[in-house]
Design a binder for this molecule. Structure first.
Ligand code: FDA
Length: 309
């Protein structure tokens, strides 16, 4: 019940002002966010890489409503890629982008603006031997995001995308994307979606996840299993064995701060494990989605407001 309320709050400017300005929340936020700025996040990235993990970095931001901020997102990613290359981390660390931070939602020509802003990011990633993955946001953005993916993949075939098993359309998208060289991260989905487009029952979302997983593993692309769910991980491993894939022909991905011991266990067992590391000052929307996924996180968050803390 709380999940939908928190997801609605994740889009509320008023809530954003209250939560994001309260310093008391910071220690809780730090569990999920690697820092306000690139430099502390880079220390985290280096430590994770040194321990055998792969990384995808997210410079936090979304729902940008003006061109200048969209261009600032582009510039932040260009700086991020240069920094990763200078630090010798580009081989192990790629970047994840949200097209709404690149201008996708701007009223006049948002799609083209986002494409124009994200293209140099894909170019620089290729130059430094790394990749970009397009995160997926709410269902109204899927067609545009997949169209941007097709454009970018012409010159940068390593560009990947995310599909969300809660959407009815996703099995078809999985089939279309399960082609040679195509990097596809499958997740359950983190936005509040209507019953007209998405499964509402968690069991149905899980069953749809397994169906899409099977399509990706049986296809010729590169499946990226974005889940913390032990059942999905076990099924992915079974599918890998059945389809003759070895680690490196697929990978697991989890979010920074969630099931850290399991991340380690999979990497130590020889799996390729990539951690999604978000950083930046605009952490509110991302953080609220993490609270919505798990009520225990909310209790932890609320306790941080208690007197004496
Ligand atoms: P599920 O929610 O069933 O959780 C399984 C178990 O994982 C839980 O029992 C708990 O132990 C742990 N867990 C999960 N979430 C937790 C949390 N917030 N705090 C603490 N423990 C938690 N979504 C999207 O819509 N677009 C996107 O682009 C992405 N990108 C993305 C990248 C990566 C690498 C990951 C792992 C996930 C995403 N997501 C996403 C989020 C995704 O849609 C989904 O909301 C979360 O991964 C939670 O779903 P699980 O598959 O982990 O299963």
């Amino acid at each position: 019940m709380l999940g939908p309320v928190l997801l609605a709050a994740s889009r509320s400017d008023r809530m954003r002002r209250v939560v994001a300005s309260a310093p008391v929340t910071r220690p809780v936020v730090q569990r999920f966010i690697a820092g306000d700025d690139l430099h502390p996040a880079l220390d985290t990235v280096r430590a994770l890489v040194d321990s055998g993990l792969h990384i995808t970095l997210d410079h936090l931001g979304e729902d940008v409503t003006d061109r200048a901020t969209a261009q600032a997102t582009r510039d932040a990613y260009l700086r991020l890629l240069e920094t990763l290359a200078d630090a010798g981390l580009a081989e192990r660390a790629e970047v994840s982008v949200k097209l709404s931070a690149f201008g996708q939602a701007l009223p006049d020509g948002g799609h083209d603006i986002a494409l124009e802003n994200v293209r140099p990011v894909a170019e620089l990633a290729s130059t430094h031997g790394t990749t970009v993955t397009l995160d997926m946001e709410d269902h109204t953005t899927v067609d545009s995001t997949l169209a941007v993916l097709r454009e970018l993949r012409r010159d940068h075939p390593g560009t990947g995308a995310v599909i969300q098993s809660y959407l009815f359309r996703t099995e078809d998208d999985a089939r279309a994307l399960a082609v040679e060289g195509s990097r596809v991260r499958l997740v359950k989905g983190a936005y509040k979606e209507p019953a007209s487009v998405a499964f509402q029952d968690r069991r149905e979302v899980d069953r749809a996840y397994v169906r899409a997983l099977r399509i990706l593993f049986e296809g010729s692309g590169y499946p990226m299993v974005g889940s913390h769910d032990p059942r999905m991980i076990a099924i992915a491993q079974e599918l890998a064995a059945r389809t003759g894939r070895t680690p490196g022909q697929y990978e697991f991905q989890m979010l920074y701060g969630i099931r850290t011991a399991e991340q380690r266990r999979l990497a130590d067992a020889g799996e390729r494990m990539r951690v999604y590391v978000p950083y930046g000052a605009d952490w509110y929307g991302y953080f609220m989605r993490r609270l919505a996924e798990r009520p225990a996180n909310l209790a932890f968050f609320l306790r941080s407001f208690a007197p004496g803390r």
